[in-house]
Design a protein around this ligand. Structure first.
Ligand SMILES: C[S@@+](CC[C@H](N)C(=O)[O-])C[C@H]1O[C@@H](n2cnc3c(N)ncnc32)[C@H](O)[C@@H]1O
Length: 274
């Protein structure tokens, strides 16, 4: 498989701005309900990365900063970049001492070789040009350092994929070749992406991170805080979004009224050559 990077254009910049607006629209709900659902994946990545007090870590697409908080608690010196000012405000509140930048994954405002580890948790697949974003991640990582790309696992058989699919009728058909949540989920695509960005793919592993909500209203708030859901609500109204989620969630209702939905995330660990 061949993949090529294209020069940065105004379309890339606009995609960062547009993504930042929709992902930040429900920043508080994202930070309180949806972001913690990925905690098992953050822990798995930091275990592999062997984070400690010597580690300088950048989280690219850091959102509200929960992963950075965990890395900082392990002793790392942390920095984050995101396209959403609202999510960065939450992240700054959680890490007054960390370095944060509002910007684009495809144009990182950091010097070359600045970090030992760069992570991207469910972020690179939303860049207009994921190869360019990953080339930037490689540039700012020192020789011998590591880049981690976390994305969705393969949708076949994954319960959470039903919740993503529930939004399809509420969204305009994506243009051909457009990126989406599962754009990088296949292992060979992830490895090819790494190679195209000049990285060495070292390992691909999956992490189970089931989503849990105490009741329907919390589930609707959490699921409604993703950028894609915000877009669906803007087009169809909040009631249509909540209704689509309620219908898709029914299959996952537990006897006590809570909801548990199986979700798997796939992680690529890639190295920067010495
Ligand atoms: C699924 S959220 C993940 C956020 C965070 N990593 C987490 O695990 O909660 C995707 C994030 O990528 C950011 N994002 C999307 N496209 C971006 C771009 N082109 N440049 C910078 N950030 C971007 C969004 O603003 C959002 O915070």
């Amino acid at each position: 498989m061949t993949m090529t990077a294209t020069p940065k254009t105004s379309a890339h910049i606009q995609s960062g701005e547009a993504n930042g607006r929709i992902w930040g629209a429900r920043a508080a709900d994202w930070a309180a309900i949806q972001e913690p659902q990925c905690a098992p994946a953050y822990h798995a990545v930091f275990d592999k990365a062997v984070i400690g007090s010597e580690t300088r870590l950048l989280d690219a697409g850091c959102g509200a900063g929960m992963a950075l908080r965990l890395a900082a608690d392990l002793g790392a010196e942390v920095a984050g970049i995101d396209a959403s000012a609202a999510l960065l405000e939450v992240a700054r509140g959680r890490h007054p001492k960390a370095t944060f930048a509002l910007g684009d994954l495809e144009e990182l405002p950091f010097d070359s070789d600045s970090f030992d580890v760069v992570t991207g948790f469910n972020s690179f697949q939303y860049a207009a040009d994921p190869i360019m974003a990953l080339q930037e991640a490689r540039r700012v990582t020192r020789p011998g350092g590591k880049v981690f790309v976390m994305t969705w696992g393969e949708p076949d058989g994954m319960e959470a994929a039903a919740l993503v699919a529930a939004l399809k009728p509420l969204l305009p058909p994506p243009p051909p070749g457009a990126a989406g949540p599962f754009a990088l989920s296949e292992t060979d695509k992830l490895e090819a992406l790494a190679t195209s960005a000049g990285l060495t793919a070292q390992e691909v592993f999956d992490v189970n991170a089931p989503w849990r909500y105490p009741d329907l209203a919390t589930a609707q708030k959490g699921l409604g805080s993703s950028g894609v859901a915000v877009k669906a609500a803007e087009i169809n109204g909040q009631a249509a979004l909540d209704d689509a989620h309620a219908k898709a969630l029914a299959a996952f209702r537990q006897p006590d009224g809570s909801y548990v939905i199986g979700a798997t995330f796939r992680v690529l660990m890639a190295g920067v050559a010495l």
